[in-house]
Design a binder for this molecule. Structure first.
Ligand code: PMP
Length: 441
């Protein structure tokens, strides 16, 4: 039987250790994106593998409505003080999209429990929150939504801060407040009594290539939501578990969301683990039995054991601080080496979530025509040179330029950071040759 492959002509992976991935032909790659910005603790960490195996040996599966488990209680207890929510309650699932779906249902359930029939969710333009229908509806990326539009709704979308392409003429002063006004208008248009939640990434990941909002953005946005009884959902699927140099990116802004979603780094790719987390108030209002919801693989004991081992590894090896330090080195080196590059418009990010935006004309910030497929070509050139990158805005969203994301395992060394930058510079040279050879697009 054929495999429904995600891309044609893929090399086959053999093994991986630390920041390095090796294919079956013996080619070695520096994993500068941690897969899809997933692998935090590094590849091949024996103690994580052992924790998962030991739990599977004890008991791999029972249904979550039949048994709880000590390991899940232990995981929740160690995770709680690290989360930016008061008295949090966690609902473990199998990935980011499931986490977002769960958070959306929690928001609806919370309002219903309070006697309010709210169902509209506000997302942001250019955002990505998952591929299942509810999560996709909240996502703003037009190209991902396009084939499924008849299935989408009733989410609405508001503006999102993007410093490099700020649409406000007040830029750089007070843009956060202008976006908060837009959000308030969006809520007013939808009917405030119907709006259940506002979903956004504290630092925009794949949709906008590591775009950090201005400082005045989150406090103003949270204030608008609270005033209208709208729950704040921080999607930390990409930014959580140390990626941005804090346990959770909400911390950069002193933000306390009502709901939070995580995935990716939670189990570092060793197990498909996602988390929907509710504040104590949301949890108590819904009640344990009040959520009409569930997945066969939610509350999985092996997932909890894996997540616990990853959490301890991040904590005990100081990897959150390392992400801040190595991230500053990576962004600094990229700016140093590519600051004058004619196509590098912007280098941005937080911790080890770094975005590089490519433009045809730096002065006017004009993107390349999408038909030139610059992101895809850069990814291919980098891979040939043994460097794995992740595509960001531009790859799927036809209208909006090209960008790549760097999100290596947080264990990356200073020397490996230098190698990543060397290879990226070389890949841009290869790209330049190819674009010139292809002629004007
Ligand atoms: N939210 C965000 C912010 C994401 O980056 C992603 C995945 N890229 C998701 C949700 C969906 O996660 P998953 O692919 O694990 O379903």
């Amino acid at each position: 039987m054929a495999v429904f492959a995600r891309a044609p002509g893929l090399p086959r992976v053999a093994w991986a250790r630390g920041v390095e991935v090796v294919d079956t032909d013996g080619r070695r790659y520096l994993d500068a994106s941690g897969g899809a910005v997933v692998v935090g603790v590094g590849h091949g960490v024996e103690e994580v593998v052992e924790a998962a195996a030991a739990q599977a040996r004890r008991v791999a599966y029972v249904h979550g409505t039949a048994f709880g488990s000590d390991v899940l209680e232990e995981y929740a207890a160690e995770l709680a003080p690290l989360l930016p929510l008061d008295d949090p309650a966690v609902y473990p699932v199998s990935g980011g999209s499931e986490a977002v779906e769960t958070a959306l249902k929690m928001a609806r359930a919370y309002h219903l429990a309070r006697g309010e029939d709210r169902w509209v969710v506000v997302g942001r333009e250019h955002s990505y929150h998952g591929n299942s229908r509810g999560a996709l509806d909240v996502s703003g990326r037009a190209a991902l939504r396009a084939p499924y539009l008849p299935w989408l709704g009733p989410a609405v979308h508001t503006s999102t801060p993007q410093e490099y392409r700020c649409g406000f003429d007040t830029h750089p002063h007070g843009c956060g407040l202008r976006h908060a006004e837009r959000l308030e208008q969006t809520i007013a248009d939808a009917g405030p009594e119907r709006v259940a939640a506002f979903v956004a990434e504290p630092v925009a990941g794949a949709g906008l290539a590591a775009c950090v909002p201005p400082e005045d953005y989150w406090p103003a946005v949270v204030e608008v939501c609270r005033r209208h009884g709208v729950l704040v959902v921080a999607d930390e699927v990409m930014t959580g578990f140390g990626r941005t140099g804090r346990w959770f990116a909400s911390e950069h802004f002193g933000m306390r969301p009502d709901l939070l979603t995580a995935g990716k780094g939670a189990a570092s790719g060793y197990w498909p683990l996602g988390l929907a987390v509710a504040s104590g108030e949301v949890h108590e209002t819904i009640g344990d039995g009040g959520l009409v919801h569930g997945f066969t693989y939610s509350h999985h004991a092996v997932g909890a054991a894996t997540g616990l081992a990853v959490l301890r590894r991040l904590r005990d090896h100081g990897l959150v601080g390392a992400a801040e330090e190595r991230g500053a080195q990576l962004a600094g080196l990229l700016r140093e080496r590519l600051g004058d590059h004619p196509w590098v418009g912007d280098v941005r990010g937080a911790g080890l979530l770094v975005g590089v935006e490519l433009v045809e004309d730096r002065g006017s910030r004009t993107p390349f025509p999408r038909s030139r497929r610059v992101t895809e070509q850069l990814l291919a050139a980098a891979k040939e040179l043994g460097l794995l990158l992740y595509p960001a805005a531009g790859c799927a969203d036809g209208s909006r330029g090209d960008a790549v994301l760097l999100g290596p395992p947080l264990v990356i060394s200073a020397a490996e950071v230098e190698q990543v930058v060397e290879r990226l510079v070389a890949a841009l040279d290869v790209l330049a040759d190819r674009l010139r050879a292809a002629g004007p697009g």
